[in-house]
Design a protein around this ligand. Structure first.
Ligand code: ADP
Length: 394
């Protein structure tokens, strides 16, 4: 692992340090990428594509992919519905990548039906083609359906594929290592588990590099503030994605109704509530009460479900898994680029040489392309034709 100099292309696969038994010696890297969710793995891979002579180190606190990250719990719903026209070409590029280079990432094409008061089709007639949804939707509450194209996939599979491809292409990968920012680089704590199941720091290293990409998901903005004293407008929110046990298949459409998205998944449905607002610093998610009974759903999520009951009567049945405590309901912290619930994935240089890369709620459609934007900027390469010009408010 010694003897490389920046600017020299490694001829073979990169090195992987999975546990502290494998000795790690800081070396010189051209780029440090912190966080191996879908954003960090993708930017690492694209950097290897665009600048094969650059040496890249990807650092992750957990494994690949990490069970706690936003990536593994993301709905994996690619759609142009609601996306500004100027970003469509880029979203189409992303879909071509998902289906091509990443082998579909465990996904497939589906229809998305947006149910409401307008739309070109009659909801009742359209749903008659999908008897499995008979008790789920009451067409009286949303009589019209707009039909969109969608692609559903597994973001965890994407991160794994991108991470493995990046290592095969020569990137180095340091797992089970917590990173914090220091001027000009990162402090890396290699973690290990004691025989009493405590996570402890085994050793600490400081590594410097001319370029650092902060792809720590919802933890990214705080990390730049804490380590570098840089304040940004970005925020985070906790999003729960409860399960609705109604039968679905590969041909069941995705539904948008009453503000919720119902994504067919593993023979049931994952409910994706909207993100309403940023969660204040220090907020710890807690389950709310439904008619006096504790549930694992936070209050905001319960309110969203209750207000959708008229259109989606299945939410009032036992088919909805409300859980008893927070741990029973899948949920993850999401970055909110620009602090805005509708914020699209974003990257920007927040300190000299330090680039913050945020996926957030729309990363299923524009995450890969945003990682590519950053890789292209760092590599000094033009963006593909038809992509909107870069934008960069902090
Ligand atoms: P994104 O969609 O931006 O990729 P994720 O939350 O999936 O978001 O990914 C962020 C990754 O960063 C996770 O895998 C998480 O484990 C990792 N991470 C978070 N904080 C740290 C840290 N301090 N050091 C190293 N890795 C971290």
């Amino acid at each position: 692992m010694t003897g490389h100099t920046p600017g020299q292309a490694p001829a073979t696969a990169g090195q992987v340090w999975a546990h502290v038994g494998q000795p790690f010696t800081p070396d010189s890297w051209d780029v440090l990428v912190l966080g191996a969710g879908r954003m960090g793995t993708a930017v690492t891979l694209f950097l290897r594509d665009l600048r094969p002579e650059w040496r890249v180190l990807l650092v992750e606190e957990g494994g690949l992919p990490n069970e706690d990250g936003a990536t593994i719990l993301a709905p994996g719903l690619w759609t142009l519905a609601g996306l500004p026209e100027a970003r469509h070409a880029e979203a189409q590029w992303e879909r071509a990548q998902l289906e091509g280079r990443f082998g579909g990432a465990g996904g497939q094409a589906r229809t998305l039906l947006s149910l409401g008061q307008d739309g070109e089709e009659d909801t009742g007639a359209r749903l008659a083609r999908h008897p499995e949804l008979a008790g789920v939707v009451d067409p009286a509450g949303a009589p019209r359906a707009a039909v969109h194209e969608a692609f559903t996939y597994r973001p965890g599979a994407l991160a794994l594929a991108a991470g493995q491809a990046a290592v095969r292409a020569g990137a180095d990968l340091l797992l089970n290592t917590r990173a914090s920012l220091i001027p000009g680089g990162a402090c890396l704590e290699r973690l290990t588990v004691t025989n009493t199941h405590q996570i402890v720091t085994h050793e600490t290293h400081e590594v410097r590099a001319p370029r650092v990409v902060v792809a720590l998901g919802a933890a990214g903005p705080h990390a730049t503030e804490h380590g570098l004293g840089v304040h940004t407008r970005h925020a985070r929110a906790y999003r729960q994605t409860p399960r609705l046990n109604v039968p679905t298949s590969d041909t069941t459409p995705v539904l948008h109704a009453a503000g919720l998205t119902l994504r067919p998944q593993s023979g049931g449905v994952t409910i994706i509530p909207p993100v309403h607002h940023r969660d204040p610093h220090g907020y710890a998610p807690q389950g709310g009460h439904l008619t006096g009974v504790p549930t694992g759903l936070r209050r905001e999520t319960l309110e969203d479900l209750v207000s959708a009951l008229e259109v989606l009567p299945a939410l009032a049945t036992d088919a909805l898994e409300t859980g008893r405590s927070l741990a029973d309901v899948p949920g993850a912290w999401l970055a909110l680029p620009h602090g805005d619930p509708a914020g699209l994935p974003w990257h920007g240089e927040v300190a000299p040489g330090v680039h913050l890369l945020l996926g957030g709620p729309q990363a299923d459609t524009l995450g890969l392309s945003t990682a590519y934007r950053l890789a292209a900027q760092l590599a000094g390469v033009a963006l593909p034709e038809g992509w909107a010009a870069p934008f960069s408010p902090r």
